[in-house]
Each structure stands twice: as C-alpha cells, then as structure tokens.
Design a protein around this ligand. Structure first.
Ligand SMILES: Nc1ncnc2c1ncn2[C@@H]1O[C@H](COP(=O)(O)OP(=O)(O)OP(=O)(O)O)[C@@H](O)[C@H]1O
Length: 454
C-alpha cells in the first residue's frame, strides 16, 4: 500500500486515539504520533513535521483543540477536527481557524477516509497543484460558463471533485441559483449515475407526511395505511437522494434523518425491522443553515453530517461577470428551440442586464431571455423589459423618489405581467421573484395589487 501522508493524532481518550491510529494505518497513512494534550502536540509537531493533524476539540488541560488549530493555521499546517456535538460558540470559533474538515463523532471508518480524501483534494487545488490542463470541465455537465476564475468554473471544479467521492454534499444558495442543477450534475458524474436521483422537496411536504414520504410505512401503520409504502430513501437505494429545502424539516424528521445517515438503514413508520440502504445524500437549502443551527431550529450534528462538502452558490447580483455568458447561452438555447433566428444580444441590452439586481437569480434571467427570444422580431435583442423600479438609480421618476411600497408594487406587477398573472407554480411570479408563493400572496394583498391587476 502506498503512503498517503504522515498524520499526528491529538486526542486525549486513549481508546479513540488507538482506533483512529489503526484505521489510518490500514488505509495507508503513517501515524507519526498520538498527543494527549496541546503541549505534547507541539513537541511532536517539531519532531515529526506531519502532513496532517487530526484534532479532538475537547482536550484535558489548559488548551483546547481550537487553540492548537489556531497555531496550525498560522503555521500553514493542514488539520481536521474530530469532535462530538459541540455548541454554536465552539463551532464558530472552530470555523475561524479554517480547518480542512470536520468530522462528528461517532463516525464510520469510511467517513474519515472520505473526509481526508476531500481535504487532500482541496489542498491540492488551493496550492494550484492540480494537474489537469485548461479550464474546469466536468464531464458532460451542461453549465454554460467555463471561464477559469468565474463562479461557475469554480462550482464545476467542486462538482468534479466531490462527484466520485460518494460523500454528502450540502448546496446552499438563494432560490434560482442552480442548486438542483448542481445536484443533478454531481449525480450524473458519480458511480451511481445509472440509478435514479430521487428528489424530495422538503418544503412542499405537509409536516404529517414527511416521515412516511421519506421512510415509508408498513401496512396498517395508521388509519388509512391499507398498503405498505416504500419511502424515498428506499426508492433511492444505490442511487442518490436530493433533499431540497432541507432546512424546512421538522425537529422530529431531523432526528430520523440523522439516524438514517448514521446507521445507513431506515425503519418504515409502523415497522420495527430496519432496512439497509445505500444512498448518497445531496441536500440543498436557501436558508442560512448555520444561522438556523445558532437559533436552535436545525441540529448541529445533522448539519455536520450533511455539510461534509459544502457548495455555496453565489447570487447572480454578486457575480455579474457571469451574466453575459449565461445570457448568451440562454439566448442560443431558446433561439434554437423555437427557431426564432435571434443571434445576438446588443451591448446596451447586456448593460441593462448587468445593472439589474436579479432577485430570482439564474431562473429569472433564463425566463427573461426566453420571453424576449419569443417576442423578438429581428435577429437581435436590443432592449430588455426589466422591472423599471429597480433598474434606475433608486427608482426615481420625474425627480420624485418612489416609496419602498411603490417600488415593490411595481416590481411585483412586472413579474405578474411576465407570468401572465400566474402567482405560484412553475413560471409563476413567485418563482420569478424568488419568493415563496405564500409570501407573494400576502404582499399582493397588503399592497392592494389584486384588484389593480385584474
Ligand atoms: N449555470 C447554469 N447554467 C445554465 N442554467 C442554469 C445554471 N444555473 C441554473 N440554471 C437554470 O436556472 C434554473 C433554476 O435552477 P435550479 O432549479 O437548479 O435552481 P434552485 O437553486 O434549485 O432553485 P430553488 O431553490 O428555487 O429550487 C433552471 O432552469 C436551471 O436550468
């Protein structure tokens, strides 16, 4: 077996440290020492110069694992934390030391190696030791922008790294930033691509149905359960499950999900026999999960399980450099599809796109371009019909500033116009604006738009 690197273990529980040592040695790592305190770790670091340090956060003595993490960060020595459930303050402090990974106890041998593999990949790419030539290309993924340095290129790179690793991925980003698209790309490039990716929209499930939907139920489990039902996890066996809007799960469902991830088995509602499953989990959310954790709505241990490899998708307004390429891609796509003969977006129309804020992100851009390709009479799109209130500086009209309510009202009306009055569902105004339909309905009511629009 080839040597993968020298590792120093910092762990004060002898049995845990010993287990770790054996696991690592079996996988071809050299364990150059076990330190039971930060003080001992410092000595062993001097003596052995390890490639990696695995640190338990809670250690006996004056210094914690995070203190050591701080020192290692300054010395540019890569390290990973291993810890049991910790509180939010510790998590925040740990994050500031920029670890290359974080593993929650108890974990499986496999989780440890996946995390180390990913950490090695990350280190290589950070150091620019990546051997592949040219811009990022991720198999046959249809993401249009592949310019080195663009946000999309970085995302493709992450997809390429994580796809074969079989590890959990957490994709975060506002609505319409492409989370599902990224999940599909990961699945397609993984060894599970022959099997389906089962999609669960956690936000769309009524609370009462979440558990049966995810884990299934036995016949007679509750009134009305006259058939056995196979849950989404079982359906995804050997494939991938995509948990969209995972931040919406109830505390009960979170506990059960955590159990599934730890034990790799599900128990159907009303049943007592666990069913083994082999599923890769990709989760997505447009909430800030760390904030949800801090405020007690999302379990920290589940957060760590899910976010072994996080992919953050930046809102379009913060990466305007990607707009021309995306716009061009959508223009060509819809022009070909509709045989409309549109070949170009003029420079001034592009400038218009760049000055807009894109609350609905890429989805909104895609819909806008599709609409204009259909409406175009010539070979060019020369002007875009964008919500005017937000394109001008502060929505000024005839020297008088509009109130926020007026701007919001205009913006919603433009979206309703674009969606032909449809509020919810695919292509609806809520989707265009990147808002939950319920929120939009209440805004419409509050701003008295309904009558005006009808
Ligand atoms: N890089 C990209 N290239 C081409 N199309 C993209 C890209 N990113 C997103 N899209 C398109 O934008 C639309 C929205 O993407 P997607 O549904 O993946 O977003 P999402 O973040 O999952 O949204 P939500 O949170 O509302 O579910 C889709 O039609 C998708 O094909």
């Amino acid at each position: 077996m080839t040597t993968k690197g020298k590792i120093l273990i910092v762990e004060d529980e002898f049995i845990v440290a010993n287990d770790l040592q054996q696991m690592l040695q079996r996988a071809g790592y050299v364990v150059c020492g076990i330190a039971s305190s930060v003080h001992k770790a410092r000595i062993l670091l001097q003596q052995h110069q390890p490639d990696w340090v695995l640190i338990d956060i809670i250690l006996k003595g004056d210094y914690s694992g995070i203190d050591l993490g701080n020192e290692l960060m300054q010395q540019h020595i890569p390290f990973l934390y291993i810890s049991a459930n910790t509180n939010q303050r510790t998590l925040e402090a740990a994050k500031l030391t920029r670890p290359h990974g974080f593993l929650v106890k108890p974990f499986r041998e496999k989780d440890l190696f996946i995390m180390l593999d990913i950490a090695r990949y990350k280190l290589q790419t950070e150091a620019g030791h990546d051997e592949r030539p040219g811009p990022a290309k991720a198999g046959n993924i249809r993401l249009p922008v592949e310019d080195a340095g663009s946000h999309t290129a970085e995302t493709l790179e992450k997809i390429r790294i994580v796809a074969p690793a079989d590890t959990s991925v957490l994709i975060t980003g506002e609505s319409g930033t492409g989370k599902e698209l990224v999940a599909r790309a990961i699945h397609r490039l993984s060894r599970r691509s022959e099997l389906p990716m089962v999609v669960v929209d956690c936000a769309a499930l009524p609370v009462a149905l979440i558990e049966t939907e995810l884990f299934g139920h036995e016949k007679g489990a509750f009134t009305g359960a006259d058939q056995k039902r196979i849950g989404k996890f079982e359906q995804a066996h050997y494939g991938t499950i995509f948990l969209d809007e995972v931040g919406e799960l109830t505390p009960d469902a979170q506990v059960k999900l955590l159990r599934v991830l730890q034990e790799k088995e599900v128990v159907r509602v009303g049943g007592d026999v666990p069913v083994k499953i082999d599923v890769r989990v990709i989760a997505a959310t447009n909430r800030q999960l760390e904030k949800e954790v801090a405020e007690g709505r999302f379990r920290l241990d589940l957060y760590y399980r899910l976010s072994v490899f996080p992919i953050e998708l930046v809102p379009l307004r913060k990466r305007k450099g990607d707009i021309p390429l995306l716009a061009d891609y959508f223009m060509k796509k819809y022009s070909e599809k509709n045989k409309s003969g549109v070949e170009k977006i003029t420079e001034s129309a592009m400038r218009q796109l760049a000055s807009y804020d894109w609350p609905g992100n890429i989805r909104e851009l895609e819909h806008l371009i599709e609409r204009h390709v259909l409406l175009a009479t010539g070979k060019e799109i020369a002007v875009f019909d964008l919500p005017s209130a937000v394109t001008g500086p502060g929505g000024e009209e005839g020297g008088k500033l509009k109130t926020m309510d007026e701007m919001e009202r205009d913006h919603i009306l433009t979206a309703l116009k674009a969606s032909n009055g449809k509020v919810s569902g695919p292509g609806g105004a809520a989707e265009l604006l990147g808002l939950p339909a319920q929120t939009l309905y209440s805004k419409i009511k509050r701003l008295g738009i309904k009558q005006a629009f009808k």
